[in-house]
Design a protein around this ligand. Structure first.
Ligand SMILES: [Zn+2]
Ligand SMILES: [Zn+2]
Ligand SMILES: [Zn+2]
Length: 763
């Protein structure tokens, strides 16, 4: 019989392996295999030493990869072998901080089934406790101030664990072994209900009292995971209208939280893919088809067929939802587009006058973190990437330099790259105020610290007026970093390429509202030949003036007039059109602006084309949230799609560039509107036409270039109907089509594209 050779295996595991129950898992695994040694966290990885014979160590290694805890994501395992040291037991060692090393940090994780069962069972010591968590769930990124991830480096350090919690924390066989936010009613954070002046509401159970306020139609500010949310009864039009008036958000859709999947299905259609997303540990808001007969008030999402819905993702939400028995509006606690409020004092000041009552707690939030939003059109797509996703990186198919990419103006995110990791930040917001800029700067600081990134390059959008651009120029100059300006639509396409791990060149179709072009005009209906480094503009929508600049974005009827007068002549009559109701004084001003080109920059924007058609058809002439006119036009299209009906279009070649001419399209739409053709028909014909514009142009470009792969990016592709029609039409023509999944196709994905381009431009 052969004697088995004992050896020592030193194992390094990288990935999301801290704060997810990985050490207890290794501890149990070592026990199972009867291996001696130790496991510890360092700032760069999890390190393990085990001693045993070859066969046992091999089977330990294979189980390590296949049986890891649900939230762990193993990126890489390295093993080296040494002679044995003679360990006599298996231990969990002290964490080790090493200079310059970094670790992936787990996003916050929705409450697991085990914890949920505890808070709802009356004989459990955590019955009704809103801060219950374990190694498989609970807050992570939002409470971490630095790495390695241990309680003293989180906002939980102020709470000293009671003996029972201590026991769980130190018992390797317990679900709460080394669960850093571990807490119970004896020792952990607690709730407090206060009124609008910060005065405590006396007496009784806080959850019951808060629920009573919600049931009576009140507006409650709830301190959640990554910041405050504003809650109210989603079935009460009155409560919603009050919230809208106070929040100064007249029609932008609000998200709804519903207690269970079964309840969601009473209000919405849920496909298997959507169900998977709703119930995932990320627990995002999912845009679901809204059922007729749902008693959720139409005021939640006026004129829309989709409702943003999520399940409860913290014990506090579970308790509140169960107690009220209502679907609750659960929207970011902010005024208009300011960042979400996160601290108690801050909320009491900033949300004063908006919320009637505040449901506070004393667990600190370190990082602001909004709810993520996803939709499923064929495949799942993240359209706002925050809670549950960030700061997990996007994996790059190459080793990147250390770069800070500052992103765009609206839906800003930034991106820091290091090695093969692109740390795309959580949604920061619209960079239109000081508060958001501050949030942006602070969050850059946090990511640099957590992931030990020292950028050598700063990438930024070419738009000189973006706050993110100004920040980049200033920071770059101060720290003598290499500055790389990146064209907006090139960044869109490369963000799509990067997440699909495709280098290009591809035909990039970038359709959005606004992006600064290399010729100083406003681009937005662009066809590019693009790869990670370069792009060439090979086609675009015809230019028209944007009368009044920004004003024309808020007032789509101005765009309709711009197209009509520019394409059909300045004597064009508005007779028989909804636009004829405009006041003649304003009309005269717009005509002057168009004629003389006063404050009327040229644009090739696809977003503005949608706006113009929406206003021309009488769907919406003024908006109060981004893309509202286009979205409402899309919503009118019939469910049964007939792809045969469309409007005429033509493509001219101007200086080697294909230009989509829109005169015939507008003449035909005018005719349909005058003939009172039903809006669903106009909407569908228009969507079909835009899909044809895309296919026809791609065919021309493919003929010239020989390239038959197309990448679709830009906010316009959040239009599901267009995405579906364009993808199908391109595929029918033999194109392979790349779309977004992990990274938003809107401006929230721009920073990833900027970072990748900067990496290759600077070689
Ligand atoms: Zn749990
Ligand atoms: Zn305790
Ligand atoms: Zn854009």
């Amino acid at each position: 019989m052969l004697t088995k050779v004992e050896r020592l295996a030193r194992i390094s595991v990288r990935g999301v392996v801290q704060g997810v129950g990985f050490r207890p898992f290794i501890y149990r695994l070592a026990q199972e295999h009867n291996l001696k040694g130790w496991v510890r966290n360092t700032s760069g990885n999890v390190e393990i030493e085990v001693e045993g014979d070859e066969e046992t160590v091999d089977s330990f290694l294979s189980d390590l990869k296949t049986e890891a805890p649900p939230m762990a994501r193993i990126e890489n395992v390295e093993v080296t072998f040494y002679p044995t040291k003679g360990y006599t037991e298996f231990q969990i060692g002290e964490s080790l901080s090493r200079e310059g090393q970094y670790q992936l940090v787990s996003p916050d994780v929705a409450t697991c089934e085990d914890c949920k069962a505890e808070i709802f069972s009356s004989d459990d010591r955590r019955f009704g406790y809103p801060f219950t968590n374990c190694t498989n769930c609970g807050p992570r990124f939002t409470i971490i101030e630095d790495i390695p991830y241990d309680r003293p480096k989180t906002t939980m350090r102020e709470f000293e664990m009671c003996p029972q919690c201590q026991r769980e924390y130190h018992d390797p066989l317990d679900r709460r072994f080394h669960a850093q936010p571990n807490a119970c009613p004896q020792c952990g954070p607690s709730l407090e209900l206060v009124d609008g002046d910060g005065e405590p509401v006396e007496g009784g159970n806080v959850i019951e009292a808060a629920s009573d306020l919600l049931k009576a139609g009140g507006i409650l500010a709830v301190k959640g995971l990554g910041g405050f949310q504003l809650a109210c009864d989603a079935t009460s039009e009155e409560a919603i209208n009050t919230l809208r008036a106070r929040k100064r958000r007249s029609s932008k859709p609000l998200a709804v939280m519903i207690a269970t999947l079964e309840d969601i299905e009473k209000h919405c259609l849920v496909s298997p893919e959507e169900r998977k997303l709703l119930e995932s540990p990320q627990c995002p808001i999912v845009l679901l088809r809204w059922k007729h007969g749902s008693n959720i008030s139409p005021a939640v999402a006026p004129n829309l067929n989709y409702l943003g819905v999520m399940l409860p993702y913290t014990p506090l939400h579970h308790l509140l939802l169960k107690e009220t028995g209502l679907p609750l509006v659960m929207t970011s606690g902010n005024l208009s587009e300011e960042p979400i409020a996160k601290d108690n004092d801050e909320a009491l000041t900033r949300l004063k006058g908006i919320a009637d009552y505040f449901l506070l707690h004393n667990r600190g939030i370190y990082a602001r973190y909004d709810d993520s939003v996803c939709m499923v059109e064929g495949v799942p797509q993240v359209i706002r990437r925050a809670r549950g996703y960030a700061p997990y990186p996007i994996f790059l198919p190459f080793k990147s330099k250390q770069i800070l990419a500052c992103g765009a103006e609206l839906k800003n995110t930034f991106c820091l790259t290091k090695d093969e990791h692109a740390f795309l930040s959580q949604h920061i917001g619209d960079m239109e105020n000081e508060e958001t800029l501050e949030h942006f700067e602070n969050t850059i600081g946090l990511y640099k610290k957590l992931f030990r990134v020292e950028p050598e390059i700063i990438a930024y959008d070419m738009h000189p007026e973006y706050l993110a651009t100004k920040y980049a120029l200033e920071a770059g100059a101060k720290e003598s970093l290499k500055l790389v300006p990146v064209q907006h639509h090139h960044a869109h396409i490369v963000s799509c390429l990067a997440e699909n791990k495709v280098e290009g060149p591809v035909i990039g179709v970038a359709f959005d509202g606004t992006g600064y072009g290399t010729d100083g005009t406003i681009w937005g209906g662009e066809f590019l030949l693009a790869d990670w480094k370069n792009f060439k503009r090979v086609g675009h929508l015809e230019y028209v003036p944007l009368p009044g600049g920004e004003v024309a974005i808020k007032k789509p009827y101005r765009m309709a007039l711009s197209y009509l007068y520019s394409l059909l002549g300045e004597d064009f009559s508005l007779e028989g059109l909804p636009l004829s109701r405009l006041e003649s004084a304003e009309l005269a001003i717009i005509k002057q602006q168009l004629k003389r080109g006063i404050n009327s920059p040229l644009t090739s924007s696809a977003g503005r084309l949608f706006d113009a058609v929406s206003a021309l058809a009488g769907v919406r002439g003024e908006i109060d949230y981004e893309a509202q006119a286009a979205i409402e036009l899309e919503m009118l299209a019939p469910d049964e799609v007939d792809e045969s009906a469309s409007y005429p279009l033509s493509i001219d070649e101007e200086g080697g560039i294909g230009v989509v001419k829109l005169k015939e399209l507008f003449s035909a739409v005018v005719q349909d509107v005058r003939n009172q053709i039903p809006l669903p028909v106009i909407s569908l014909k228009f969507h079909n036409t835009v899909a044809q514009i895309i296919t026809e142009m791609c065919k021309l470009i493919a003929r010239e270039s020989g390239i038959n792969q197309v990448a679709l990016s830009g906010g316009v592709f959040q239009n599901r109907l267009l995405l579906k029609l364009a993808t199908a039409a391109l595929q029918r023509e033999g194109f392979s089509v790349l779309t977004h999944h992990l990274v938003p196709g809107n401006d929230g994905g721009i920073s990833l594209g900027q970072a990748v381009i900067a990496n290759f431009v600077s070689i």
